[in-house]
Design a binder for this molecule. Sequence first.
Ligand SMILES: [Zn+2]
Length: 337
Amino acid sequence: MVRSRARRGMGVGSSFGDDALAYFTERLDPAPLRRAIAKALRRTKRNKAFDGSHLIGFAIDGTGTARCSKEKCPLCHPILDKEHKVIGYNHHFSLISVVGVGLSLPFDVEPYGPGDSEYAASQRLLRRAVENLGPRFADYVVVDGEYATAPFLHTAGEMGLFSIARLKGNLPELSAAAERRFRRIPPSRTLRWEKERVEIWDADDFDPWDALQWESVRAIRYRQHKPDDTVVEADWLTDIPKGKVGCPSLYRLAKSRWEIENQGFNDGKNRYGMEHIAHHEQNSLQVQWLLTLLAIVIERLYRERYLKRGTHSALTPIQFLRLLRLSLGLAATNNTS
Ligand SMILES: [Zn+2]
């Protein structure tokens, strides 16, 4: 579009060279971009665009993306084959998304290079999210098993968030205690959920492990019986009191973690181009990911919340794109006349 007639319509007088995007993204400060996305999210909450959900969640997880053949920036992670030979490079970041509100809005990334870690990056990301969005924006953070450590759960608590984390073998004592307890008692609740029968066990008096400064730990186990007879079972731990969230709701909050995988990583990579490296430089990569998140947030808010406003029939994304291009072209024509 920078080469089109529309430039005049946008008030851009000079033409662009091939390396303009590279210069631009290398020098752009990511902080105002992050604040812009946060502002959109705060407005979304204020305008009650989240489903009637009474609890708002954050999901956090890390991923590798943007594969390349040569090492060109400090964020390049070597990819090794079975013989530990380097066969390429990719880039890692932690992503945070608003979840559990009927609308997944991924809103910030924190890259981590070799020598740094997903775990450290995710804690920086969580702190910055709460700084940018305000202390009472969300109610809980939902994470996979590797985050079920005392430092991460304490960080979440300091940020005023409840934690919901997958309970796996990395917490052997608590895992074994949950197994001993739940194996010999009937489920606390059985419910029907989207053609599935779900049994849930729920107990809130488990002992915290040594490093965890909680009075007690609540653990749930769910066993989903799917229509094709497959069974999915998982344990989770949390500090949300039973009086605040009953076990059917807690089951749904735990499931909201999938949004970071499906509407975050999968959509981001397969539908919004997060795998693509427009310019291979560390600040540029971060800025490109953030611009992609800003686009996702605006597009989802528009398409999933305001698309049907007005008298027009619902429009598809490609129709919106064509309308945008047409309107830019028209502005350019008007300018020249
Ligand atoms: Zn790189």
